[in-house]
Design a protein around this ligand. Structure first.
Ligand SMILES: Cc1ncc(COP(=O)(O)O)c(C=O)c1O
Length: 460
């Protein structure tokens, strides 16, 4: 087979992606070798009976996946293997329009990180220090920079109660493993973060849902759940809830805190999305530092690859959680917290956060227009939206049909505790597509799919 004879399918998958995937397959099967030159855009367009623009997009997609490189004036070539040993193409095959994961939009962070790494490299004595074991609570100077940065963003962070960890997921894990025993019950929103559900399953911790409304968890329902299940902990995401996008107003926050104080419930406040909105109410931890474990991270607002999260803990729990972190991994890499501290202090993290906000605002403007006929809720700075399916679509049929069309969305089933019913809704991660063109293409396909439910006609 040659690239000129690839068979293209008219099955709804974008043609340019099919061509890029064909090149990828041929490279894997060594039908195209490193250094091989691909046909010109015009020649391939003629051979495949597609437009030159489609081939241009296909080559750009292949370049994005790290398979080809274009050299101005010479053409497009299969990448040579003489890359540095540590380099990799992080792109897996992506035939699907990825609306699946709540990842930050892809921005070029290379320069900001280069500056931070160069700064470390130009101080050999300090670099040598970073290569040593440090206390499990981390380097206090790095924590102090984080505390300052959180304060700038409205979180009353106290350096003595702050702890870096390996992402917010690790923070949740440290809390559950330290504070809950097998068989304990944790209360959650009736639609909640799948990472918590999965962890609870692994740890044999019971999770029970609490009814929500458009302001989030309902205080009266929380009281009732406390009475029904003798729970000691409640997990909530007061800002930009995953998956419903709800942000609790201040009054609701205060009511819930009052219930938790009265019921002696410890609150796990997951605020991973909390810094994304330009304006938001105060986090719960500011209102009740003794009642709340505040969990945040740098994945959504700086770079998930840094793998850094953090916790702000009640004084009474700090040493227990530090001890758990020590048992788990001794410490968080001081090299990573040093890079984070530089970026948080020199304004780079705020720059990235601002560009993420702007990017999401522009993406949502486009999505809102393309999906104007769809029942969709979203926040203009958030990554995800929540779609209620039209009555003519069942959830299972819609999930199957969207998969066939190459659209990856998340079913509401992933967000409900085991054994509870899932509403007819799906989550769309608008931040995930790698370009605006891809996002637009996906929205057009999604709008078309939602508007064309399966025929309700049936044969007797
Ligand atoms: C609500 C929520 N909490 C925690 C996490 C985990 O984040 P991290 O990458 O910091 O581990 C995620 C990731 O998507 C999330 O959506």
């Amino acid at each position: 087979m040659t690239i000129e004879s690839v068979e293209l399918k008219r099955d709804g998958r974008p043609i340019y992606r099919q061509i890029a995937s064909a090149i990828e397959d041929m490279v894997q099967q060594q039908q195209l070798l490193p250094g091989a030159r691909l046909p010109t855009h015009r020649a391939l367009a003629d051979s495949l009976s597609v437009t030159v623009g489609t081939v241009t997009r296909a080559y750009a997609e292949a370049e994005r996946r790290g398979i080809v490189e274009s050299k101005v004036g010479s053409g497009t070539f299969i990448c040579r293997k003489d890359r540095p040993a540590w380099s990799f193409s992080h792109r897996t095959r992506q035939d699907e329009m990825n609306f699946g994961y709540n990842v930050p939009p892809q921005l070029d962070r290379a320069e900001l990180f280069t500056q931070a790494v160069q700064q470390i490299a130009s101080h050999p004595a300090e670099l040598n220090e970073l290569m040593l074991y440090q206390p499990p609570s981390g380097v206090v100077q790095h924590r102090a920079v984080l505390a300052d940065w959180l304060q700038q963003h409205g979180v009353s962070a106290n350096v003595d109660r702050l702890l870096y960890c390996s992402g917010a997921q690790n923070a949740i894990q440290l809390c559950l493993t330290t504070l809950c025993r097998q068989g304990y019950t944790v209360l959650v929103d009736k639609l909640t973060y799948p990472g918590l559900l999965s962890l609870a399953r692994q740890l044999h911790i019971t999770v029970k849902p609490v009814e929500m409304d458009e302001q989030g968890m309902i205080p009266e329902a929380l009281v009732a759940a406390c009475k029904q299940y003798s729970a000691r902990m409640v997990y909530m995401m007061p800002t930009l809830q995953n998956p419903t996008t709800v942000t609790m107003g201040e009054a609701r926050r205060r009511e819930l805190i009052a219930v938790c104080r009265q019921q002696q419930l410890l609150i796990l406040e997951d605020d991973v999305n909390g810094l994304l909105p330009r304006h938001r109410p105060e986090p719960l931890v500011n209102m009740a530092p003794e009642q709340v474990i505040y969990i945040g991270g740098l994945s959504k607002n700086l770079a998930p690859g840094l793998r850094l999260g953090f916790m702000l803990l009640p004084e009474s729990l700090y040493s227990r959680i530090v001890h758990a972190l020590q048992n788990h991994s001794w410490m968080i890499s001081p090299l990573l917290t040093a890079i984070a501290a530089i970026l948080l202090e020199n304004g780079a993290a705020n720059k990235v956060l601002d560009s993420i906000r702007e990017e999401m605002e522009s993406r949502w403007r486009m999505v809102a227009e393309k999906l104007s006929a769809v029942e969709l809720v979203f926040h203009p700075n958030g990554f995800h939206g929540w779609i209620s399916l039209p009555d003519d679509w069942s959830l299972s049929e819609f999930m199957a049909a969207s998969k066939t069309r190459g659209l990856e969305l998340k079913s509401s089933e992933l967000f409900v505790p085991p054994g509870y019913p899932a509403p007819s809704c799906v989550r769309i991660a608008v931040s995930a597509p790698t370009s605006t063109a891809e996002l637009e293409q996906g929205c057009i396909q999604l709008a078309d799919l939602l508007a064309n439910p399966p025929s309700s006609a049936f044969s007797p």
